[in-house]
Design a protein around this ligand. Sequence first.
Ligand SMILES: [Zn+2]
Ligand SMILES: [Zn+2]
Length: 168
Amino acid sequence: MPKIQKKSVSNPYSITKDHRPDRITTMIRTAELWAKRSTCLKGQNAAIIARNGRIVSVGYNGSPQGHEHCTEAGCIIGPDTGCIRTIHAESNAIAWAARDGLHTEGASIFCTSFPCYTCSKLIIAAGIKEVYYLNNYRIMDGRELFAKSNIKSHRVEIKQDGTVNLHG
Ligand SMILES: [Zn+2]
Ligand SMILES: [Zn+2]
């Protein structure tokens, strides 16, 4: 008789009757999936803007609409070693909201990576009040901007069982 191999139960993406993901997990997981659509070779990130627990806008790292993507034409490296061909996920999410006439005042943003300095300023200007992020960014200087503007930022840690810990 062949042995029946038990499937691993530690897959944090599995949703069972015993495990219903909370809103933060759902948003961060959704952002992770959107990040796969990024076209920059330097980094795949996405950001989701939500109001009252519902998604109002989404953005990922990519070139302006109709422009060549890094995947086709390569990245353009700027003075601080980041790619300047693309618009960052957070900026794209805010720009989409503006384009479609969607409110961002009092919203939360869920990012796969901590926002850069420029995106942090835009987040403040857009009236966003809360930032949830999965990974630290190489430069965390946006933190001081958020503190000054009373914006709470929380690092989301997804545990093996699929639940989350919030830091900060
Ligand atoms: Zn790029
Ligand atoms: Zn940015």
